[in-house]
Design a protein around this ligand. Structure first.
Ligand code: SAM
Length: 425
């Protein structure tokens, strides 16, 4: 297969990163570092020669870049997202892309929101309150609590947009410095006033919604839940898959959203974050549920023999290093579950895609205790096992060199991030 992706107008190495998302309507409302650009989605669709209404699939939808852009470009979209907060935000963007929201109503409610004067423990759990109080000035927190109480004044259909807007305000007023990923009350920044953040968001959202026409001929479905469900009973209707799975030992997507999970009541304690959110997600960090890590060898049996043989010495080395190293991280227990679960999802993609349909995966390698895990190569081989062919693997960039070399022994080679593509056979 010859893909004519990214002619001169888009830099091949930049398009699959999210560096451009903030320039795009709707996408700019919420996107995160682990995404790719809307141009990447449009280019993949153009390359696949899709027709209006054809279905684009993303099993790890995140904040919905694939689904949102597919809908804006005139295609239908289906996806899965296991984190309820990301699911909500992506749903808001998808509704917007299909012209199915009333932003005026959402902002009317927010503009008349006032500080909540009651007992905060009537709204938030004990753990949530303890955490959230450290993140905001008292008056901002009471405004946010007022907004949370006002949510039921908004129609069911506009709730995802309401939550998106309030969550973005929450991030702006938050006093905790973040690296754009985790929010923890350890480092401080100056927060924006609630009303200023509200005015800025209002301007962006209303501007972006102005030109979006309703698209009654397109379907958009974002399932809240693990992508392992993919293909179970779902007909083979998709014509293109574009996705980026969590990288091994990169982000803990549950911890990343701790502030929002607590604020909206998706979880009331750290253990509920694990039970309700982490347990639904691919095992990719050592914070994964202990029972999943304990059963890691069971996952090995779900991998093809060749891959088991490739991974066995890596797992053994990681196990050995665990006892020698500070932190005593049980990385060894992540390896089989991570790749077995990834394979299961890729097999699901194969079932849902029509014959000859292209698939695009963006994935990065990892270093665990100085041991290189070539996730790009492994993913390409798993795609083949799942039934894809004509596979190509393009190195997009190397990442983390400085950090790895400074902090991690034995990591002389930078880790690669790849665009892997192929076709369902
Ligand atoms: C790299 S991010 C995807 C980013 C996305 N491409 C975007 O532009 O927003 C991976 C996503 O997979 C989600 N995820 C993790 N395990 C999952 C699972 N088993 N099923 C569905 N989604 C999962 C995470 O919550 C995260 O949002």
């Amino acid at each position: 297969m010859q893909l004519a992706l990214f002619p001169e107008k888009i830099d091949r190495k930049v398009a699959p990163t999210n560096l451009r998302s903030n320039r795009h309507p709707i996408h700019r409302w919420a996107n995160f570092i682990a995404g790719y650009s809307p141009e990447f989605v449009s280019e993949c669709a153009r390359d696949a020669g899709l027709n209006r209404g054809d279905v684009v699939l993303d099993p790890f939808a995140g904040l919905g870049t694939t689904l949102t852009q597919a809908l804006l470009d005139g295609f239908s979209a289906v996806g899965y997202e296991a984190n309820p907060f990301f699911h909500e935000l992506a749903t808001a963007k998808i509704h917007a892309a299909t012209g199915r929201i009333s932003p005026g109503d959402v902002f009317a409610v927010l503009e008349s929101t006032s500080e909540y004067g009651g007992n905060l423990s009537d709204i938030f759990s004990e753990d949530a309150l303890k955490f959230l109080k450290k993140m905001f000035a008292n008056d901002d927190f009471r405004m946010l609590a007022g907004a949370r109480r006002a949510e039921n004044l908004v129609s069911e259909a506009d709730r995802p947009l309401f939550r998106l807007v309030v969550s973005r305000i929450m991030e702006a007023v938050c006093l905790s410095q973040t690296d754009g990923v985790y929010k923890a009350p350890t480092t401080r920044k100056a927060g924006k006033p609630f009303k200023v953040a509200l005015v800025e968001l209002r301007r962006d959202v209303l501007t972006d919604c102005q030109d979006i026409l309703p698209k009654p001929d397109l379907t958009a479905e974002l399932v809240l839940g693990p992508a392992s469900q993919l293909g179970k009973g779902r007909p083979s209707t998709a014509s293109l898959c574009i996705t980026s799975p969590p990288y091994l030992n990169n982000f803990d997507y549950a911890e990343m959203t701790r502030m929002e999970l607590y604020f909206w009541g998706y979880a009331r304690s750290w253990s509920e974050i694990t039970e309700r959110v982490r347990s639904q997600m691919i095992v990719n960090t050592t914070t994964a549920p202990s029972d999943l890590k304990r059963q890691h060898l069971k996952f090995a049996t779900k991998l093809p023999e060749g891959e088991r043989e490739f991974l066995a010495p890596i797992v053994a080395q990681l196990r050995e290093r665990r006892d020698q190293k500070a932190g005593k991280k049980d990385y060894f227990a992540l390896v089989y579950p991570y790749f077995a679960q990834l394979l299961e999802v890729l097999q699901g993609c194969h079932r849902v895609l029509k014959s000859e349909s292209p698939i695009h995966v963006i994935i990065g390698d990892s270093y665990l205790y100085g041991i290189h895990i070539p996730a790009g190569d492994i993913c390409r081989r798993l795609l083949e096992v799942a039934g894809f062919d004509s596979l190509q693997q393009v190195l997009l960039r190397t990442r983390g060199e400085r950090w790895i070399l400074a902090k991690r022994e034995g990591a002389g080679t930078p880790i690669g991030e790849y665009h892997i593509y192929g076709r369902r056979n």
